[in-house]
Design a protein around this ligand. Structure first.
Ligand code: UDP
Length: 250
């Protein structure tokens, strides 16, 4: 999150540098079942972010001492490719990736019926191929879809979204420039069916009112994103349905 700068992020008409209104998301596209060898997979494009997710499991947790006799453990591993950002990122896990992996694992754990799979692990590999701010929530949103694709039972899919503050105004879904030169960013994730907030982080400062506005903006957007997740899953299963007599194209 940047400090005060001269860069104007909202113009006279109230539009942002990429033409969006304060409550507008960047374009989102989700594809399901993109990897043959994973149990479940998904690919998401969210603005300039491109993230691939592969799910394996539930499978016997290894090493054995990591097993929990009463439930499955969720191991999310968030990784940013060296070529995903402007300045080459040093390969391998850093503190940021370890933190993001932990918060994503914990968010997914609330949604998955882990007690149905004791002693197992569910491994979720999140590979950021291109980053443009908001990769943790894009990765988490795609991870939920990949879990469903792997046939893992859940209360509902977790939806990630972020809101932030730029030029003193609360807006939805910061892009890279807004993330760099804005005043605050609030990534969060919810389970729409139960309205539970399962991830909430904050970078920068909000007043109490601004914080409430930011949460409200993300919650509204979550309903829309949740529909995109469902549509992506439906698209995969529709494409696999055998064609009915008479519908076959010549
Ligand atoms: N970023 C980067 N190099 C890094 C980490 C992050 O260039 O080592 C960029 C990347 O575009 C990322 C953005 O900074 O999307 C914001 O990072 P943040 O830690 O806020 O996480 P995110 O918003 O991606 O969840």
């Amino acid at each position: 999150m940047g400090t005060q700068s001269d860069i104007k992020l909202i113009n006279e008409e109230g539009l942002r540098n990429d033409g969006r209104k304060f409550n507008e998301l960047r374009p989102i596209r989700i594809e399901v079942g993109v990897l043959n060898r994973a149990d479940g997979s998904a690919y998401i494009e969210w603005g300039g972010n491109k993230v691939l997710v592969a799910v394996y499991g539930p499978r016997e947790a290894f090493p054995k001492h990591t097993q929990n006799p009463s439930r499955a453990i969720i191991n999310a591993r968030y990784n940013m490719a060296a070529f995903s950002v402007d300045e080459r990122k040093r390969p391998g896990p850093d503190r940021r990736a370890i933190e993001i992996s932990k918060v994503i694992s914990e968010a997914l754990e609330v949604a998955v019926f882990t007690e149905q799979f004791p002693r197992t692990s569910i491994d979720v590999y999140i590979e950021v191929l291109q980053a443009d701010a908001g990769t943790r929530i894009a990765g988490l949103t795609a991870a939920s879809v990949a879990l469903v694709d792997a046939g893992i039972p859940m209360k509902d899919m977790v939806v990630g979204c972020a809101a932030g503050k730029i030029d003193g105004k609360v807006v939805l879904d910061l892009n890279k420039e807004e993330d760099n030169f804005g005043q605050a960013d609030l990534p969060m994730a919810i389970i729409p069916r139960t309205d539970e907030i399962v991830l909430l982080q904050m970078d920068g400062n909000f007043s109490r009112e601004e914080l409430e506005q930011a949460v409200e903006l993300s919650k509204k957007a979550a309903t829309y994103i949740s529909n995109l997740q469902r549509e992506a899953l439906m698209a995969k299963y529709k494409s696999q349905e055998p064609e009915k007599e008479g519908e076959r194209s010549e």
